[in-house]
Design a binder for this molecule. Structure first.
Ligand SMILES: [Zn+2]
Length: 137
């Protein structure tokens, strides 16, 4: 093979799309957990809520209901009065993202929660404009 041929190949490769499919998959933030006695502490709770663009209180309410562990926010962290295994915390966070963050139509995370009524909320997507109703927690 001569150099010209290699250069041609090189150029062809560069033209190929890097990834197939539409858009990038949303990477949920990594949860930092520590345990003190029977308490579970999510150390970067505010960071997680911020990166999902959700109210920390909304996320907290979801966690306390789903895990039946009372919890509160203290500084940048959330403290739960029960031992919650890391895999449960992670799967609950995934469930939250699926239900309250990702657009039901285009699966992108560029959404916001709109209050429609006392108990009626909808998830509005800023990427595709879709609006779907969500339950209140
Ligand atoms: Zn959308």
């Amino acid at each position: 093979m001569d150099n010209e041929y290699l250069e041609l190949l090189e150029r062809l490769y560069q033209k190929l799309p890097k990834k197939s499919g539409t858009g990038e998959r949303f990477e949920p933030p990594k949860v930092e957990i520590s345990y003190i006695g029977n308490q579970t502490i999510i150390k970067n709770f505010i960071f997680i809520a911020d990166s999902l663009r959700r109210e920390p209180q909304h996320l907290l309410k979801f966690f306390t209901k789903e895990t039946a562990a009372p919890g509160n926010i203290s500084g940048k962290q959330a403290i739960f009065q029960s031992k919650i295994p890391a895999h449960i915390v992670n799967s609950k966070l995934e469930a939250y993202i699926k239900e309250f963050v990702l657009c039901k139509e285009c699966k992108r995370p560029d959404t916001k929660i709109i209050k429609k009524d006392k108990k009626l909320f909808s998830l509005k997507c800023e990427a595709c404009g879709a609006e779907t109703s969500i339950r209140s927690i």
